[in-house]
Ligand binder design. Structure first.
Ligand code: ZN
Length: 512
């Protein structure tokens, strides 16, 4: 192809990409409004508005014109970036668009519509079944959803395991075999750390359940996240039932949170978590600004940014060396009697529990290992939907040492399966693994990280993250990013070592 034809094709691809980018942000604005300020009565028309917009986005990403452009540019299965004459940033864009185009065109229209219908039904039945704590009510809907999900995996295609096709949507290039390796070592070593923690005296944290007025929590959250680098000229912090982060534009990345007056952790750590997501989205580089590459490269990498700030910074001793005096003045008289040591140990208390979203840093990933094992077994046909509650109890007992007495506290606790989001859960644990591996690379560059944090100097950390991770957006795949930043492929060792160090000290596991 001539150079000018290629230039015209890439120009047109950028144009279509830009439209998709803008439409997605309009879609996100409607979604943000729905979760924050929309009057309740508007719900039906809003659903219609969203579905029209999603249809417009889908039409563009699956259009014949886009298929022809990708072909013209030389994108194909063995060479998704297309012609080697293209600029690297354009090759990255072609690869990104090719990935979405092929994924979305492989799923037949009638299957897309069947899944969308089933999501509506399943979600409602799931909510009722959870309320009644009765899995048998949800079972037929989940069976249908799993059948459709299997059809989707078959349509997408895979090399080894149908689950590969599903997890790839959320974590490009990740495979079931790789996850099994990572999660087996994670499961074994975390269970054994948990056993050791459970054998020694528990740390106290009752002071976290005193009264922390909501407006003061909000003010404290705002001041903390703005010091971390979240810029209120390019974002907002609002309230919603479930905290989330959403991009409405290159300079408009909003976060939401909720506050519990009688539990300190939920508010502040929720805010730091979402700010971590926000900082990622606000950190995309000039090179990719305003195009489809200005997006998180995977959910696992996205989650690594939120968990790095929330847990590895926000739950560190040095962080509270700086912030505890400030927290005391935000909540006058509430925690004056708690010294740094009690505070630090309290906010990091480890306790095996039934509910994933309430889990601490050590047990959280075990909840994910459990779900991963059940999802893959369902997909391979080794487990039937009807046997799920029992399989859940077995895994919960062996991984966490606790067994749910009700379906609501067990197999019905998460919304994901009712939405057909199979393959999503692993990204939460992958976030922890990436975060720890990135942290160890950061420590190589900044051995004095702790004293920087203790003095409230977060700028070098953010600068490092922007330079190494954020600016690339989706121009690098998660695997490429991990190797470029850390010098190696993803491993569970960094996270496990980090937890063993931290909690070994908190629980004095190595003391004589
Ligand atoms: Zn998150």
């Amino acid at each position: 192809m001539s150079q000018s034809a290629r230039e015209k094709a890439i120009e047109r691809l950028r144009e279509i990409g830009r439209e998709i980018y803008l439409l997605s942000h309009v879609n996100a604005l409607l979604g943000w409004d729905q979760e924050t300020y929309m009057p309740r009565a508007a719900v039906e028309e809003r659903a219609e508005q969203l579905s029209v917009l999603e249809g417009m986005i889908h039409d563009r990403i699956t259009s014949e014109e886009l298929g022809e452009l990708l072909e013209l540019l030389g994108a194909e299965a063995g060479n998704p970036g297309g012609s080697s004459d293209l600029l690297p940033v354009d090759r990255a864009l072609v690869r990104h668009v090719y990935r979405h185009y092929t994924r979305q065109t492989r799923i037949p229209g009638d299957l897309v519509r069947a899944i969308a219908r089933q999501v509506g039904v399943s979600q409602q039945v799931w909510a009722e079944a959870r309320k009644a704590s009765d899995f048998s009510r949800f079972r037929p809907e989940l069976e249908t959803m799993m059948e459709l999900t299997t059809r989707k995996a078959e349509a997408l295609g895979y090399k080894q395991h149908p689950y590969d096709a599903l997890v790839d949507e959320f974590e490009p290039e990740m495979t079931t075999a790789r996850l099994t390796d990572l999660f087996d070592s994670l499961g074994d070593r975390l269970s054994s750390l948990l056993d050791r923690i459970s054998a020694v005296p528990q740390v106290e944290n009752d002071f976290l359940f005193r009264t922390f007025p909501e407006d003061r929590q909000r003010a404290f959250s705002r001041s903390v996240i703005s010091e971390l680098g979240y810029c209120f000229d390019r974002g907002r912090l609002d309230q919603s039932t479930h905290p989330f982060t959403t991009s409405l534009g290159a300079d408009d990345v909003r976060i939401t949170n909720r506050y519990l007056e009688n539990f300190f952790n939920a508010g502040i750590f929720g805010s730091i978590h979402e700010a971590g997501h926000g900082l990622y989205e606000l950190g995309f580089g000039e090179e990719i600004r305003g195009n489809l590459l200005a997006d998180g490269t995977s959910l696992g990498i996205h989650e690594s940014q939120s968990r790095f700030w929330e847990n590895m910074v926000g739950r560190s001793r040095s962080f509270w060396e700086y912030y505890l005096p400030r927290a005391r003045s935000h909540f006058p008289g509430v925690i004056d009697d708690i010294d740094l040591e009690r505070w630090y140990r309290g906010i990091n208390r480890v306790e095996p529990s039934l509910i994933r979203v309430e889990a601490d840093e050590v047990t959280y990933s075990l909840h994910i290992v459990l779900r991963f094992r059940l999802e893959t077994a369902l997909l391979s046909g080794d487990l039937q939907v009807g046997d799920l509650p029992e399989a859940w109890r077995e895994q919960s007992s062996s991984l966490l040492g606790v067994v749910p007495e009700s379906d609501a506290d067990g197999v019905l606790q998460d919304i994901h399966w009712s939405m057909g989001a199979v393959g999503y859960f692993p990204t939460y644990a992958l976030g922890n693994l990436y975060a720890a591996q990135f942290r160890s690379a950061l420590l190589r560059d900044y051995p004095g990280l702790d004293s920087m944090i203790a003095s409230g100097d977060f700028k070098p950390v953010l600068k490092w993250l922007r330079q190494k991770i954020h600016r690339h957006g989706s121009a690098l795949t998660p695997g490429e990013l991990c190797r470029q930043v850390t010098g190696g492929g993803l491993s569970a060792d960094f996270f496990i070592d980090y937890l063993e160090d931290k909690y070994g000290e908190i629980y004095r596991l190595n003391a004589d």
